[in-house]
Design a protein around this ligand. Structure first.
Ligand code: D5M
Ligand code: FE
Ligand code: ZN
Length: 492
């Protein structure tokens, strides 16, 4: 495809930035995509950039939307479809699927894991998140740590959390680092700031005063967070997207009967089922091989390709109108370090052409609605670091990710992170829908206008989960309306 694309480019007398080439190559029809963009230009540009192409798709979508602020509808979350949810749905087969992968790591990984790579990775993380924090009114005029250290008035600093400890008097002390210096920040035991959860390696702002010993006494902590609620963008129509993850095909505990039920329902006459045009599958699609000790004792299919072949048959049996987007998780056959690339060709070719493969995480566009999909491995680290978080309440963990504007803020825990040149786990663009899996729970909610989905599992409790008291909520299908952002969960 690469050669065909480049031939097309030279035939049209323009140039394509390397990033734009990679971006196009992961789209469904790279040439049609580029052709569409070139047609929208009054004259052929000298060079086409990644930004040009990304934005072209969005502008086309926006042009289709009505100008009246139908956009201001609140996001409602309900457990059973109301009569209006049923009635509003459009027959998904009546429209063409429109899926774009706006951003993921596939084909762009550059890191080798050297020390320089790590330094560069963390510098990038720091700089981008500092940029976001500087937009916050509370941090206007924030100073470098070196300068703040000498200040006698109120200081505002931004740093990455290098260490967190508690003193014997119950105060907490953070070591905060910027590019040049490090400073200790005291969260006094009796103050409200001491109650706020802080995790290692997050980038935050501190407003406080410096005492005689050069210690910052914090008055408040500032997170990059999301700006106040934004409206759900909303498509003109009411096509729906359903979410799944953690199918774990090949495991003894894979719930075959539940799968038959959901598969039958999706292919049946139910109005809501027929309104589902997209299915996003966020990782752990098979159980894998050698993922944990003595896994072979818990497998019904002990060949990795055999597992993907079985899944491919299951997906092929779903109705043709469904455009399926599939990303990997920690049980899948790609590198475990995040960001993970899409499945290799040897796996992709087992599936029908209605399946689109994306990396973990990836930012997708479904008819212009932006979906941030992430398997959710970092939840393991967040649950151990933040008091009150639990596997049963993954939506709280997702809100924490949005507040910190990072999918995997804690480095060096259970979530392996590849030191790419840029930190792809930063939540840079604010999505309209944010979905995670991994914890085998389910839920829908919203945070500041972002619809949150945790996408259940199709695996029963495993012996390991039983030992750890993790009680999964399998066989639930969250469904979101792309017109309104309204979300429901269907149980099978
Ligand atoms: O993870 C499924 C669930 O089990 C999820 O809640 C995490 C938990 N889990 C799995 N393995 C571990 C380890 N090693 N430590 C802590 N928690 C774990 P899955 O990715 O499907 O195996
Ligand atoms: Fe899983
Ligand atoms: Zn997982």
């Amino acid at each position: 495809m690469r050669e065909e694309l480049l031939a097309f480019v030279s035939e049209r007398g323009t140039l394509l930035e390397p990033d734009a080439v990679e971006f196009l190559l992961v789209q469904r029809d790279p040439i049609a995509e580029l052709d569409g963009f070139l047609r929208s230009c009054p004259e052929t540009p000298f060079v086409v950039t990644l930004e040009d192409i990304r934005h072209a798709g969005e502008i086309a979508q926006q042009a289709l939307r009505p100008r009246t602020p139908l956009d201001l509808r609140p996001v409602a979350v309900v457990a059973t479809p109301s009569a209006s949810f049923r009635r509003l749905g459009e027959k998904a087969a009546d429209g063409h699927p429109d899926v774009r992968i706006l951003r993921d790591i596939t084909g762009r990984s550059t890191c080798e894991g050297t020390l320089e790579d790590f330094t560069r990775y963390f510098r990038h993380r720091f700089q981008v998140l500092r940029g976001m924090l500087r937009q916050r009114r509370e941090l206007a005029g924030a100073q470098d740590i070196a300068k703040a250290r000498r200040s006698t008035r109120e200081v505002r600093i931004i740093g990455m959390v290098a260490d967190i400890r508690t003193t014997k008097n119950g105060h907490r002390i953070l070591e905060l680092e910027d590019e040049l210096e490090r400073i200790a920040v005291l969260l006094p035991a009796e103050s409200a700031v001491a109650q706020e959860p802080v995790v290692s390696d997050e980038v935050l702002g501190v407003v406080g005063t410096v005492n005689a010993k050069g210690l910052v006494i914090a008055a408040s902590l500032v997170r990059p967070d999301l700006p106040t609620a934004k409206p759900f963008p909303g498509t003109l129509g009411h096509a729906r997207v359903a979410f799944m993850s953690d199918i774990h095909v090949g495991s003894r505990t894979f719930l075959e009967e539940k799968w038959s039920k959901v598969s039958e329902w999706l292919g049946g006459a139910d109005e809501v089922a027929r309104s589902i045009r997209y299915l996003v599958v966020s990782g752990d699609v098979v159980d894998g091989i050698g993922v944990y000790p003595r896994q072979d004792e818990e497998l019904t299919i002990d060949d990795i390709y055999g597992q993907y072949e079985a899944l491919a048959r299951m997906i092929a049996a779903l109705p043709d109108r469904l455009a399926v987007v599939m990303l990997p998780g920690n049980h899948d056959a790609v590198r475990p370090a995040e960001p993970q690339p899409a499945f290799p060709m040897s796996i992709q070719k087992l599936f029908d052409s209605n399946v689109i493969f994306a990396g973990n995480p990836s930012l997708l566009s479904l008819e212009g609605v932006r979906v941030l999909a992430y398997h959710g491995r970092s939840m393991d680290d967040l649950v151990s670091a933040i008091p009150g978080l639990s596997y049963q309440r993954p939506l709280d963990g997702m809100k924490a990710m949005l507040r910190l504007r990072h999918l995997a803020p804690i480095y060096g825990g259970k979530t392996p992170i590849a030191p790419e040149a840029e930190d792809h786990l930063i939540i840079d663009e604010i999505p309209d829908i944010f979905v995670t899996g991994h914890v085998h729970a389910v839920g829908v909610d919203q945070y500041r206008g972002v619809v949150l989905v945790n996408s259940s599992t199709w695996q029963a409790q495993t012996p390991y989960q039983k030992m750890r008291n993790i009680d999964p909520t399998p066989a639930r299908l969250p469904i979101v309306d792309l017109g309104t952002g309204q979300a429901i969960i269907r149980e099978f």
